[in-house]
Design a protein around this ligand. Sequence first.
Ligand code: DC
Length: 236
Amino acid sequence: MRKILIAIDGPAGSGKSTTAKLVARRLGYVYIDTGAMYRAMTLKVLTSKVDPANEQGVTELAKKTEISFVEGSDLRVMLDGADVTDAIRSEDVNGNVSLISSYPDVREIMVAKQRAIGAGKGCVMDGRDIGTVVFPDAELKFYMIADIMERAKRRQEELSDNGVELPIHQVVKELKERDRKDSTRDNSPLKKADDAIELDTTKLTIEEQVEIVLNYARDINVGSEGSVGKEEMQRK
Ligand code: DC
């Protein structure tokens, strides 16, 4: 069975992670949340004595950092052997992750890890630069977008699930600020790859988003569902 790499990029709250996770599960693929890697690195900086603004210090720290994923009923993010899945969703991390991920040497270290994890196996990887920089030859690329209010509502719910209650206007402000930083940085800015399929998820349910991606995957016959082509699916 042919195994491919599916790249899903887009701004925060566009539905990337939820979609990527479910698509990977349905295809029997590995799911890699690259945002979680930058978040874990940011958490490490915040809990160290290194000033987040000290690019050299942060880079040195990144060289000595182990980040990995453990797949079970959900994806756990490990930082130097400790489970940081919940800790990386804090407001403090949200506020500093764009700065840490703007450092070119930090990105180089993360991108090398991402290529090593994703190469040669069925993988769904989400982030900001997967289709443009990490795997420019990915067989399938998506660029997800959604209205700012819809994205803010999703992010507000995610924060609330983690015990943080914020008014919607503050979530909107933070998202806009992160969008601005992520898409204007010099190194690997957030942008749609020329050959990526744009998907506006504002009015889509999660199941619809997943089905759209799976239909494209079925068209090129991949994954554990790969032997069932789109036409066969329609005939059932
Ligand atoms: O997807 P997320 O919101 O968890 O990502 C957190 C931050 O990490 C995001 O604001 C920018 C950065 N990031 C990045 O620069 N490149 C990636 N491939 C993924 C995330």
